[in-house]
Design a protein around this ligand. Structure first.
Ligand SMILES: *[C@@H]1O[C@H](CO)[C@@H](O)[C@H](O)[C@H]1NC(C)=O
Ligand SMILES: *[C@@H]1O[C@H](CO)[C@@H](O)[C@H](O)[C@H]1NC(C)=O
Ligand SMILES: *[C@@H]1O[C@H](CO)[C@@H](O)[C@H](O)[C@H]1NC(C)=O
Ligand SMILES: *[C@@H]1O[C@H](CO)[C@@H](O)[C@H](O)[C@H]1NC(C)=O
Length: 511
């Protein structure tokens, strides 16, 4: 903490980590300041005199080619336990890894929501008291201190959500050794966001409990963090995201869009939400074909069979795929969008860490929740009449997922969120008495079955040789409003086409 309180602080921080000493940091980051100091400061000049290679340091730092002893360093899981010696955290994790580039590429636009999510604490920061006030909602407290992770568990999560969430954070630490700042945070692993805006208005605005969670609503203030499914969801046999995305891309690429089934596909468990039960009514009747092909997944049977027949990559057979929320956000969204099909998005109420960056008609086709069947039929018929335009929406949605949601950016999102969050903390980070140190070995080595398999598949075996992408600045208020209005106006336009289509159709005599 401490280096720079504004949005550009992160760049300074990256830069300081890239150089090997405070002196070279000053030089590489602020060459102008350096020159000024060089000219004016006798102290500095005397340092320059002593350090004969001062100018050399300046040159090599700017070109980015520093001596680097830790190149190609790997640290695969080291399961060292024996019958008599329990598993421990290996002592040879690097505490630092030099990165090659000193100027990072820009992160995807949706990273700007990090600033929005942290806005409630931008003014007064987060005191110990405010942090502790979110404990009542938390499944665990995570502490990062000197690059090590400690967890204090408060209650059980559903299935292995907490396990794979913590696993993901441990992988972030392996990816960027020495770069993740000290912090304490509270994490809620349930479905629904819990910190309501209406409870923290007026004089209470300075007391919002900071709570990390997977999704939010426009009426809530939970801090949005990537969900566990990026590292795997063993209970439903969903592999870690990197492998799943690769498999979907490969399968989806085998059939040209035009050769896919010209209907809208959805398969899932409808009983978890009313909007899904409603969707099932679009399966069509003898009188009308809504152009949707909807399938119920029998979860009890699928679980019994180990989800063998529900490979996500085998569900990319249709030109259109429907996304509908379950209880809160659904992790299915990224798998659906990745398919190369046009995603017919039943306008969600909940957002997760990346969806706020998506734009209707660019990445997906918007469907009104209260007019699902009519909107789906129109979208499918329109797309089948305008195949090139439709294909383009499908491709651009998939590109968004494969480029902006690749695993490197999932880690970079976590990195920047934690980095910005840590800047707000107004207290000394401590490991509470109940907390235990966790490392990948302590989690993966004793595990069996799919948990072990997915952890082995998603372990970060070597630190990143490149810096995290560079965080874009916060939205200006006007800019954010313009972005929201653009989405709104595109959606209104589609609705207008839809009502014109139905009016024309209904004017014609039926049969
Ligand atoms: C690191 O690995 C790359 C390719 O895997 C290889 O070309 C390079 O020589 C290695 N560098 C060192 C220092 O071992
Ligand atoms: C694995 O861990 C053990 C115990 O901490 C350590 O002695 C050993 O050197 C480690 N092996 C490797 C390859 O890092
Ligand atoms: C929040 O979302 C609901 C629908 O989910 C919408 O009706 C409402 O206008 C939104 N409110 C704001 C402030 O954006
Ligand atoms: C698609 O084309 C058919 C035949 O030209 C037309 O009757 C129908 O209205 C069109 N539908 C849409 C949604 O464009």
């Amino acid at each position: 903490m401490g280096e720079g309180k504004d949005g550009r602080g992160a760049n300074l921080k990256d830069c300081s980590r890239a150089a090997s000493t405070t002196k070279t940091w000053r030089i590489s980051c602020t060459v102008l300041l350096f020159l000024l100091v060089f000219l004016l400061s006798a102290v500095f000049i005397s340092w320059m005199d002593k350090s004969t290679s001062g100018l050399l340091i300046l040159k090599t730092t700017i070109t980015g080619s520093r001596e680097d002893s830790s190149r190609n360093f790997t640290y695969p899981l080291n399961c060292s336990a024996t019958a008599s010696v329990p598993q421990t955290c290996p002592g040879n994790y690097p505490t630092k890894h030099r990165t090659e580039n000193s100027y990072a590429e820009a992160c995807p636009e949706y990273f700007r929501w990090i600033h929005e999510d942290l806005r409630p604490w931008k003014g007064a920061g987060i005191t110990r008291e405010i942090l502790e006030s979110s404990k009542e909602h938390a499944h665990f407290r995570l502490v990062i201190l000197d690059g090590k992770a400690y967890v204090d568990k408060y209650r059980n999560s559903f299935q292995t959500r907490d396990v794979f969430t913590i696993w993901g954070i441990l992988q972030l630490l392996r990816m960027y050794p020495g770069k993740v700042p000290d912090l304490e945070l509270m994490f809620n692993c349930a479905d629904y966001p819990v910190i309501l805006k209406r409870d923290y208005e007026g004089s209470k605005a300075a007391t919002v409990p900071p709570l990390f969670h997977y999704c939010g609503l426009n009426t809530t203030m939970d801090i949005i963090f990537p969900d566990w499914s990026f590292w795997g969801w063993p209970e439903v046999n969903i592999r870690p995201w990197e492998g799943t995305l690769g498999a979907i891309e490969e399968k989806a690429g085998k059939t040209r869009w035009k050769d896919k089934v010209p209907f809208a596909y959805w398969k899932g468990n409808p009983v978890v939400a009313q909007t899904r039960l409603d969707l099932m009514k679009c399966n069509g009747t003898p009188e009308i074909d809504w152009k949707a092909r909807l399938y119920t997944r029998d979860w009890r049977q699928a679980t019994a069979e180990g989800f063998k027949d529900s490979n996500l990559e085998d569900q990319c057979t249709h030109r259109y795929k429907i996304y509908v929320e379950g209880s809160a956000w659904s992790v299915s969204e990224k798998y659906i969008l990745a398919c190369d099909a046009v995603t017919l998005m039943i306008t969600p109420e909940y957002y997760d860490h990346f969806t706020r960056g998506m734009v209707p008609m660019e990445h997906y086709w918007p469907i009104r929740p209260d007019k699902k069947c009519r909107d789906i039929k129109f979208a499918v018929e329109w797309g089948n009449n305008h195949t090139e335009e439709a294909q383009r929406i499908g491709e651009s949605g998939s590109r968004f997922i494969s480029e902006s949601l690749k695993m490197k950016y999932v880690y970079d999102f976590m990195f920047h969120l934690l980095n910005e969050y840590a800047k707000l903390l107004k207290f000394d980070v401590e490991v509470p008495p109940g907390a235990v140190e966790l490392c990948s070995e302590l989690m993966a080595c004793p595990a069996g079955g799919l948990i072990r398999k997915f952890m082995t598949e998603s372990v970060v075996e070597s630190p990143s040789d490149t810096l995290p992408c560079s965080l874009p600045p916060p939205y200006e208020a006007l800019e954010l409003r313009a972005f929201m209005e653009r989405k709104e106006s595109v959606t209104r336009q589609v609705e207008k086409w839809e009502s014109e289509f139905w009016q024309n159709l209904e004017k014609k005599p039926q049969k």
